[in-house]
Write a protein that binds this ligand. Structure first.
Ligand code: ZN
Length: 521
């Protein structure tokens, strides 16, 4: 009874809040934009500094979002874009960097308030030195500046984490429904369109928000929506949001390479019909739990030796091998030298006539400097890798011939291809993910003609996936080790599937959380 009474009070609040926002027929809604995105591993010794973030300020921000090229969207509101900062995944963000980025965003938000709405674009898996739940902290500090009358619509990656604090302070909150994230722009647009709709219609904050923590922690490489069971699970989201009284719903897989209580899966739904909101959230959470034992790696896996043995024997080419433990796009340092060290030990690759293998990639600023001075065609000998993460192998001395030198890449800055035996090693000044065919052909390499292509990546992005004749995911060591049982978790909530195999069924009933601004009362 007590709970029900509280909900009635909350609904009254919703109506009141809604009314206070409505009826601005004389002017367009005033919408601010802010964003901060990185996924950062606490299992990597790497640290992320401010120079790793690309930032957009003011009107530059419109150019980041393809959907703003549609001028009708631009005309729907009076916009106050503030600051958007995004980095490649990496190690834990330093506290100074976080404070600086957050501080500048808050300053800009302060300038043009009050707002009817804020579109908050975050990843959700940022780790910061000495600070739990950075996105929760960020949104709470935003609330202190803009207040609680503003509707916040939060858009996230499905690998982000949704703490109770983040859920409470967001009025609308959503994430991608596809991994790989082919719907990244569509999802952000949904978050924005729903925000404008709730403000313009005067409906304001949804009356009900349901949050269901699901005690499952899985790597992204087991939860691709291209295959079951994630495919069917995520396909259930869109139809559920068609129900009258439900605005949106979302499933977060969460981020497995940080060790905080918030790291686990979450389901949310929200809208104005309490029964339907609760039903959708519980149905999605139960579906997730029911299929938990069916998640497996998107590609056959093996240790490195098994993967190399099979690739060398295979007649299919190019044979792709994911060097997954140091995947820089999941938060690995990207400079673990262990895998390349093992490759170069293999007798098959010692002679130029061996099976051709492209290795992408390893940072080696020392080699880059020498190569730029020596020039293409010269012999070179220098160390690569393990400047950031040397836990599994020390810097590797490679000796070979320089095949190409390319300057100017946004991430790598300088790239050098060194031929060692039958292996073409891509060495970069700074770490860079290799995700497109052009990333290789720009360097004079033809991955389609190679026998084996090894990439520091987890699941293959669409362009590489379409190129592969066969593919294995090597369970190599690094900051984003795919074998979660090798990680030394101390702070995640237990029990957690699949770490605690025989755990009991959890309580997956919908938890209705207060409308933002009412939780302090
Ligand atoms: Zn993701």
């Amino acid at each position: 009874m007590k709970k029900k009474f509280k909900l009635i009070i909350l609904s009254l609040f919703a109506i009141t809040f809604g009314c206070s926002h409505s009826g601005h027929k004389d002017r367009k809604p005033h919408i601010a934009i802010a964003g901060l995105g990185i996924e950062s591993s606490t299992f990597s010794p790497a640290r992320t500094h401010e120079d790793a973030f690309h930032t957009w300020e003011g009107n530059e921000i419109f150019s980041y979002y393809p959907f703003f090229s549609d001028s009708s969207l631009l005309q729907q509101a009076e916009w106050s874009p503030t600051k958007l900062s995004r980095s490649l995944p990496g190690g834990t963000v330093t506290r100074e960097t976080y404070e600086s980025l957050v501080g500048k965003t808050l300053e800009l938000l302060e300038k043009n308030k009050p707002y009817d709405g804020l579109f908050l674009d975050i990843h959700g898996a940022m780790s910061v030195v000495g600070l739990d739940d950075p996105e929760g902290d960020f949104i709470q500090r935003i609330r202190k500046v803009i207040g609680y009358e503003t509707l916040i619509s939060t858009s996230m990656d499905l690998h982000g984490n949704v703490s109770l604090r983040l859920a409470e302070n967001s009025d609308l909150i959503t994430c991608y429904r596809m991994a790989p994230h082919e719907d990244a722009w569509e999802s952000r647009q949904r978050a924005l369109v729903n925000l404008i709709d709730r403000v313009e219609s005067g409906k304001g904050k949804p009356a009900y928000k349901a949050w269901v923590p699901v005690p499952i922690l899985l790597p992204g490489e087991k939860t691709s929506t291209r295959i079951e069971p994630a495919k069917s699970l995520y396909q259930e989201v869109a139809p559920a949001t068609e129900l009258d009284g439900v605005i949106d719903a979302a499933i977060w897989v969460g981020y497995a390479w940080a060790d905080e209580p918030r790291n686990h899966a979450v389901v949310m739904a929200y809208g104005d019909d309490q029964g339907k909101v609760g039903q959708v959230a519980e149905q999605l959470a139960q579906h997730f739990w029911d299929v938990r034992k069916e998640f497996s790696f998107v590609a056959p896996t093996g240790n490195l030796k098994e993967c190399l043995d099979q690739a060398i024997k295979s007649s299919k080419k190019p044979f792709f091998i994911s060097d997954s433990g140091d995947n820089p796009t999941a938060g690995g340092a990207g400079d673990v030298s262990w895998t390349l060290t093992e490759v170069l030990k293999r007798p098959e690759f010692k002679s130029a006539n061996g099976p051709s293998l492209i290795y992408a990639s390893i940072p080696g600023p020392e080699l880059i400097e020498k190569a730029v001075n020596a020039g293409v065609g010269s012999k070179i000998e220098a160390n690569v890798g393990a400047l950031v993460d040397d836990r599994d192998a020390p810097p590797l001395k490679i000796a070979g011939t320089i095949k190409s030198i390319v300057q100017g890449d946004k991430n790598a800055e300088t790239e050098v291809v060194v031929r060692v035996g039958s292996v073409d090693i891509i060495v970069t000044k700074k770490r860079k993910p290799y995700h497109t065919e052009a990333d290789f052909t720009r360097l004079g390499l033809n991955p389609r003609e190679a026998d084996i292509v090894m990439v520091k990546i987890g699941y293959l992005v669409p362009e590489l996936y379409n190129m592969q004749a066969d593919w294995l995911l090597a369970l190599t060591p690094g900051g984003v080790d795919q074998d979660l049982e090798r990680l030394d978790y101390q702070r995640i909530i237990r029990p957690m599937f699949p770490l605690d195999k025989d755990m009991e069924d959890p309580d997956l009933s919908a938890r209705f959380i207060p409308i933002s601004g009412t939780q302090q009362e």
